[in-house]
Each structure stands twice: as C-alpha cells, then as structure tokens.
Design a protein around this ligand. Structure first.
Ligand code: NAI
Ligand code: MN
Length: 338
C-alpha cells in the first residue's frame, strides 16, 4: 500500500508498505480522505514532543472498514467511518474518571502509532465511528478537527446568550466559530486575528464582529459595542493572550485555552478571583465524534467552507509546501487516497 512515511525530521517519502492485518479488537480502514494538521508539520520538522521515527503520520481521516480482527463483528465490513485518533488504556485514573483523552498511556493514531496517511490503517474498533450517508467522505475527514471545538465547548459549556470572543481564525479557531454560530446559535460572536483574509472567513462563518488586532484595539472595539465577553476561547495560543483575556472578560466568564506553549503566562490571582473567572484546558476530544457527526448530519456546520484545498495523496510534498509557504491561503488541506 502507498504510505506517507516520515523517516526522520524533514525526510518524508511515499513508500510501499505491506497492507497491515487487523489484530484482535481492531478494524482495518481503507482510507479515502485525510486532513493535514499543524501538528503534522511539527512532526515533519522534528518539533513534536511525542513522535518516534519512522512514522506513518496522519490523525484526521475517514474511509470504510474493509477487514476486522478477531472479536469484532464482521458485519462492520463496508461501514463508512471517521477515525477518532484517541487510543486509551481504560485502566488508569483519567480513563476511570471518564477522561480517555488524557489517558496516562495515551496513544494518538499518527503520532504514537501508524496513522492514516496511507491507503490502509488499523485502529481499535471503538475508534472507527460510523458516518451516515448524508455526511460525505471529505466532510468525514474533518470530524477530528471539529471534535477539538466540540471538546473545548463542552468543557466551557456554552449558552446561546453568551457573548463570545474567539482569538485566532486559523483552522482551529474556524471550527470553534462554526460551532458557536451554527450549533449554539450565538449572535454576539467577536473574532480577533491579525490577518484580514482569515477574518473574512470568520465573518462568513458566523462572526458578528471581527477585529484585526494589528490596527484596531480589541478592548476599544468591545467597549464601543458595549460588549463584555462571557466566554473567551483562545485558538491563537500566544501566552500573552490569556493575560489580556482576564482584563476583557465579564465577571463570571469562562476562558478556554487551547495552546501548548511552554512559555509562562503572567496571571495575577486577583484578576481571576475578583471576577470569579474559570479557566479551562482542553486536549483532543473526549468521545465527541458522534456529536460532531450529528452537527454535520443536521447541516449545523459547513465542512466545505472549512476545507480550502485537496491534493491527491501522491502530491503530499506540494500540499505541505503550500501550507508552509502560504498558510494564509489555507484552511484545511485534504489528501485524497482514492
Ligand atoms: P494557526 O497558526 O493556523 O492559527 C492561529 C491564528 O491565530 C492565525 O490566524 C494567527 O494570525 C492568529 N493569531 C496569532 N496571534 C494572535 C494574536 N495575538 N491575536 C489574534 N490572533 C492571533 O493554527 P491552528 O491550526 O488554527 O491552531 C491553533 C492552535 O490550536 C495551535 O496553537 C495548536 O497547537 C492548538 N491546537 C490545540 C488542540 C487541542 O486539543 N487543545 C488541537 C489542535 C490544535
Ligand atoms: Mn489535528
């Protein structure tokens, strides 16, 4: 099978590997489409903390089950599925506490084990989540990035009457914006970014006010509009943003942080306690695939607006070059394994 293998940092090739057989409890997926994530670029550059080389990468993908291992219902063969890349042990404290996405023995497909940038990929059966006919193959490959938003918004909880501020209209910010607007029906949705074309995308995906922070004051814009955010999501992820967010937040607001920076943020406790703010962290997703597939079935989100490009899988080098050379032109870039 054709596979995209990162052999070592900055060495990626399309290689022929044997088609894997599913082990007991696994299913084999015939991959149709896969999305490229910022973290795939980090792996490619050798800046990812957990990956070991060589690795078939790819954790955002969908296809159909074409073989099953022992103990798995053979009737599943042929089922169209989106793959949840979270593989957990089920035994440790976080798993027992219902938090498999932060399992002590977490294995992410495409990071800790072979991923979906290949014609075939084996995963535990419970990671293969069925997709109904009304969700097409391209959309199914975007369930994973939307699950990032679903997890963050379930952590922070969200109400239609929230005034939300989203920092960052990159791919992750866009999933949050689509969910806040299309699923939760917010009509006060402010989006801050530094790039006009991304803010245009944000506006067409439901933002009511967009702010380019390179030339507009975010605090000034909020004050002028008389808005005080009750929900703030940081999908831009610079450590300084959380500091500003504490000042802009309404009393009783919830603030969701998505970044993985190892730099410190200066957070005076007085600012948190004076307004009784709540900070939430969110990592990957906690069984959010069925919820996101439901959003897609009910046309509450628009995966096609999120997908900016698609390349044949054999053009993976061009796809990576586009994402690195012209990130502003891209939202989600797909690879087609048909
Ligand atoms: P991206 O780099 O494409 O988008 C970030 C956006 O933020 C850009 O449009 C940029 O112009 C904007 N930005 C940067 N600094 C800003 C500032 N000070 N104010 C306003 N806007 C600013 O990245 P992408 O792919 O959208 O991912 C965003 C973040 O989400 C990354 O840090 C990534 O590590 C994180 N992430 C977190 C996950 C989780 O499970 N918690 C999962 C996936 C990604
Ligand atoms: Mn991803």
């Amino acid at each position: 099978m054709k596979s995209i293998l990162v052999e070592a940092p900055r060495r990626m090739s399309i290689v022929d590997l044997p088609i894997p057989d599913p082990t007991p409890g696994e299913v084999r997926i015939r991959v149709r489409h896969a999305g490229i994530c910022g973290s795939d670029l980090h792996i490619f550059h050798g800046n990812h903390p957990y990956v070991q080389f060589p690795r078939v990468i790819g954790h955002e993908f969908a296809g159909h089950i074409d073989a099953v291992g022992d103990g798995v219902d053979p009737a599943l063969e042929g089922t169209r599925v989106a793959v949840n890349p979270v593989v957990n042990c089920g035994q440790c404290y976080p798993c027992r506490a219902g938090r498999p996405n932060v399992c002590l023995n977490l294995q992410v497909v495409g990071v800790h084990r072979e991923g979906g940038f290949a014609e075939y990929c084996c995963v535990p059966a419970q990671c293969a989540v069925p997709v109904p006919d009304e969700v097409d193959d391209r959309a199914a490959a975007t369930v994973e990035p939307f699950s990032i938003a679903a997890n963050m918004l379930s952590r922070t909880e969200v109400m239609a009457e929230d005034t939300a501020l989203v920092y960052g209209a990159g791919p992750i910010g866009m999933t949050v914006i689509q969910a806040l607007s299309g699923v939760h029906g917010l009509d006060r949705l402010i989006v801050a970014d530094r790039i006009d074309s991304r803010l245009d995308w944000a506006r067409t995906s439901g933002a009511s006010i967009v702010v380019n922070t390179t030339r507009q004051s975010l605090a000034g814009t909020l004050a002028e509009a008389g808005l005080s955010p009750s929900l703030i999501i940081d999908a831009a992820c610079h450590p300084s943003i959380v500091e500003e967010a504490l000042d802009l937040a309404s009393p009783a607001a919830r603030i969701g942080l998505m970044g993985f920076s190892s730099e410190a943020s200066a957070i005076p406790q007085r600012k948190l306690n004076a307004k009784e703010l709540t900070l939430y962290a969110s990592r990957l997703n906690n069984r959010k695939f069925p919820e996101v597939i439901g959003w897609m079935s009910h046309k509450q989100i628009e995966p096609e607006r999120f997908i900016s490009h698609s390349f044949p899988a054999t053009a993976v080098h061009e796809a990576f070059a586009l994402l690195e050379g012209h990130p502003i032109a891209c939202c989600k870039v797909l690879l087609d394994f048909n």
